[in-house]
Design a protein around this ligand. Structure first.
Ligand code: SAH
Ligand code: SF4
Length: 433
């Protein structure tokens, strides 16, 4: 989602004649788009902002702007500004459409020698925000593209900061989504990823019959050669209608990212996830029965408050039982203002680290075993990038990353058949046939 937001920010800056550079020392303008879902992301960005003090000493005209979820937390912008007074501007995620005006103000102040004027803080409440349909998006992921379908979240999982910083869930108007998809296809994009914190609840706030299943079905019915993906699905809302739609539609990728978070009902309950392990397993079985070849990936957290060794072993058991293709695995990180941060029985950092390393080891072994099942079979791969010299990569229909040799960079953006020759850990290597 932040990649998608960043493409909007880049679009606004391009209309002001800014161009991208990969050399930070050359930049006249540095924009930090922050995330506050876990403290590791926050710490990283604080480190990076700190590094710019030295750059600003060398180039007094350098403009430093900070935006994103971190700025939406009460008092966070003020705290950051106290720590880093060299920041010129702070913008909330719902104010991105004012970037041009706000940046112009910074430039005018600099021209008038008001160099040390305190930064402006423009972080308004997300709840009033609507979709910015006129945003001049500067896409950087061709042949892949991101299309937001909802923003915000109503679920209030007890560990999660998203509903507080991104506001309540709002569904984008279906006509605007479908127009954007159609325009992308006309412009030769080959993969569309529909984005939302919980895509399955798309349409709940629209006073109409729209469901996510209906939306993705129409989004995948244009007469072009392309794929449609989506992220993320909450297990409590994944409908039978959606599973059947994915099963019968050849343009919808056979990959479902379905975060389980924990393998113990006690912990799931404390997390306010609203499903049981049994329900999750039933859902997986149903998906696998109806969609042959589907890959299922997940998010898992360890060290949630009150998670005992027995609870953690239940998570390990579920991971063994389900056999996820891949998993994003996180150490629980207390977020100020969320219920879990105040829960008793917080787990020590030592314990969390021990659990995550055991979990990662197990999942890596499973991912590696699953990868072996791909050997000697041929898959259609959408080539989306060059890694180095003559090594390219792309994804299978079910989302597996495949690396292979090719000579011609025109291959990017095309669908090619690749026979999988070997695996290095979980990553697949093949050759064009
Ligand atoms: N809306 C998505 C998740 C968005 S956040 C969903 O519900 O599936 C992405 C992942 O970050 C979550 O699935 C969760 O595993 C992790 N996460 C969120 N808050 C966290 C926290 N406080 N500590 C550690 N991991 C967290
Ligand atoms: Fe956070 Fe839960 Fe909403 Fe996902 S569904 S964004 S984890 S509150």
């Amino acid at each position: 989602m932040n990649i998608s937001d960043s493409e909007t920010i880049a679009g606004y800056l391009a209309t002001m004649n800014y161009e991208r550079t990969n050399i930070v020392e050359e930049a006249d303008f540095i924009f930090f788009h922050t995330c506050c879902v876990r403290d590791s992301a926050e710490n990283k960005i604080i480190g990076r902002i700190g590094e710019t003090i030295r750059l600003k000493e060398k180039n007094k005209d350098l403009i430093i702007v900070v935006s994103g979820c971190m700025m939406q937390q009460p008092g966070a912008a003020e705290l950051l500004l106290n720590k880093f007074p060299h920041i010129d501007l702070m913008i909330g995620t719902s104010n991105l459409n004012s970037i041009q005006y706000l940046v112009e103000q910074v430039i005018i102040n600099k021209l008038n020698n008001l160099k040390y004027q305190k930064a402006q803080i423009k972080c308004f409440n997300e709840s009033n925000s609507n979709f910015d349909e006129d945003a001049p998006i500067l896409r950087s992921s061709w042949p892949n593209s991101w299309v937001s379908i909802t923003k915000g979240c109503n679920n209030f999982c007890t560990y999660c900061i998203v509903p507080y910083v991104r506001g309540p869930e709002i569904s984008r108007h279906p006509e605007n989504i479908l127009n954007e998809v159609h325009n992308l296809l006309k412009n030769n994009y080959k993969e569309i990823t529909l984005l939302g914190q919980n895509v399955n609840s798309y349409g709940n706030d629209l006073k109409s019959e729209w469901t996510f299943a209906k939306l993705i079905e129409i989004a995948s019915n244009f007469e072009y050669n392309y794929r449609v993906r989506f992220m993320t699905s909450h297990p409590k809302d994944l409908s039978q209608e959606l599973i059947e739609t994915i099963a019968i539609n050849k343009r919808i990728s056979k990959h479902i990212h379905l975060p389980i978070q924990a393998g113990s009902d006690k912990v799931l309950n404390l997390m306010n996830r609203k499903y049981s392990v049994e329900k999750y397993i039933k859902l997986i079985n149903n998906i696998r029965n109806l969609i042959p070849g589907v890959s299922i990936t997940t998010d898992i957290m360890v060290g949630f408050p009150g998670e005992t060794e027995e609870d953690f072993l239940e998570t390990m058991n579920i991971v063994k039982q389900v056999q996820f293709h891949n998993a994003y695995m996180f150490i629980y990180s207390p977020r100020k203002g969320t219920p879990a941060a105040k829960m008793p029985n917080q787990i020590s950092s030592l314990e969390k680290k021990d659990r995550i390393s055991r979990l990662i080891k197990l999942q890596n072994k499973i991912s590696c075993e699953i990868s072996k099942e791909y050997l000697n079979s041929t898959y259609e791969v959408l080539v989306d990038n060059i890694i180095s010299d003559d090594i390219y990569c792309g994804r299978t229909d079910n989302g597996r990353l495949v690396k292979f040799k090719a000579q011609d960079s025109n291959i990017i953006g095309s669908f090619v058949n690749i026979k999988i020759k070997y695996n290095k850990g979980s990553s697949l290597w093949g050759e064009i046939i």
